[in-house]
Design a protein around this ligand. Sequence first.
Ligand code: MCA
Ligand code: AMP
Length: 513
Amino acid sequence: MSNANLYTVLSSGFPEDRKQIALETPDLLYTWEDVEQASACLANLLASLNLPEGSRVAVQVEKSPEALLLYLATLRAGLVYLPLNTAYREAEIAYFLKDAEPAVVVCSSKNLEWVSKVAEEAGTRHVFTLDEDRTGTLLSAAAQQPREFETVLREADDLAAILYTSGTTGRSKGAMLSHGNLASNAQVLHTYWGWRPDDVLLHMLPIFHVHGLFVASHGALLAGARMIWLPKLDVEQALRYLPRCTVMMGVPTYYVRLLAEERFNRDVCARMRLFISGSAPLLMETFNEFKARTGHTILERYGMSETVMLTSNPYYPAAGERLGGTVGKALPGVHVRVVDDRDEVLPVGEIGNVQVRGPNVFSGYWRMPEKTKEEFTTDGWFRTGDVGRFGGESGGAQVPADYLSIVGRSKDLIISGGYNVYPKEIELIIDEMPGVLESAVIGVAHPDFGEAVVAVVVPREGATIDTDAMQAELKTRIANFKVPKQLHVVDQLPRNTMGKVQKNVLRETYKTA
Ligand code: MCA
Ligand code: AMP
């Protein structure tokens, strides 16, 4: 029986000549041999802890090649990887650790004090540090370990990773992804996007979410292609490296920022074969401007933490045109349908709820069987919470019947710079602040982030609210991208006859704020 461990699948694509370069940073080169040996040392370290099957390894560290190696090592050791956004603050991390009960936590040394405290409260026995300059207790301990490791056997259904996504109730849920979910998606995208061993990927995305960790990294690893590994989006660095690259992935803000730089032009993109956008809607304006400036048509695709990638515009011209304003066709093996509120399939051209199924779709939310049940139909389709349409029209052109467009969301969600923000989570925190009667959080158009978080707050009778102090307080309690860019104080919130807050009215009122 072949090993369904995702690492085994990915490493089947590593080049025969392991002396070739796998990862390049502005200062260092890592060969494929380095990737194998360093991930083996780390896997040996994890194995030496004698953890029970299915143990979670929670990681909140700055992006570095070693952070990627730790992810690969966790797969190799057969443990479950749990990446955490570096912007999360203590209360947020405390929730995740309490919920996931990881056996191992790896954090930045600057956060060690408070992370150790919350890890202990969650019952975690092993806390290591890992910093972006290759220091920390994790690497010191791994350095003592052998450089060979036999990747642990895993079945396709075994859990590989848990990704936390927020929810409309304000309580985050851990999406459980198996080795099979991730491997099937990597293999489909490998073919669909025409990955080649001589590709060079410009990797500037964070590696604590699906986009940077799975879609981008898996693509290059499985192709045995080189990654230029930068800690974050940096337009100067992008201009420096793009002339050597063939593939880039980003959320729409990446493309907006590149276009804002005059030096970004056709010459810079001379070797590029593919620019991919996802995680949030790409504006038609950005799609068109990019084409005019560079001659390249951005390929937009659509996915979720719970499902990895679902649909994509075509890469090969024979498979169809790349159409702005659409997210393309269901990927091979993935099924997508648009239904009404009774789960009845709608005709092409009609707008409804997007539901999906396929080998990439997760098995459920960590320790939330009831929530999981709610999100699946009785016949096994996952309710994405996105609202879409097959066919119809986009940018004045007719869209083929098998192309999906995302036109809205039934879930109350804001996507800011590619990060999801659930209003309920922020409203619950604001409502508990002194002098606050109630609040409503909305998303408004933002030129850089696509959408920005805005809060509208009603004070209690006789109370006054200092919005600057409130914003400063929020910054200490929640990840910075969730903190409202603006806070407005009003006497009352607009409500409909049922007493429900009319967020559409607020969005209209504050759209130019
Ligand atoms: C940073 N800031 C933000 C955001 N990022 N505000 C709103 N939304 C954001 N996304 C604020 C900080 O709070 C700070 O404000 C100021 O901007 C500068 O912070 P800094 O960290 O320096 O910002 P940056 O480096 O310029 O980052 C912006 C960014 C980054 C490059 C757009 O957010 C990013 O890389 N986003 C990608 C997210 C991503 O990978 N999503 C994929 C999810 P202050 O100084 O006031 O505190 S996976 C997914 O969605 C699905 C599965 C899919 O389909 O892919
Ligand atoms: P996450 O929970 O971070 O996995 O975010 C998943 C959500 O991002 C989806 O349910 C969509 O609402 C949104 N999304 C991802 N890609 C796109 C896209 N290309 N266009 C519009 N929305 C997208």
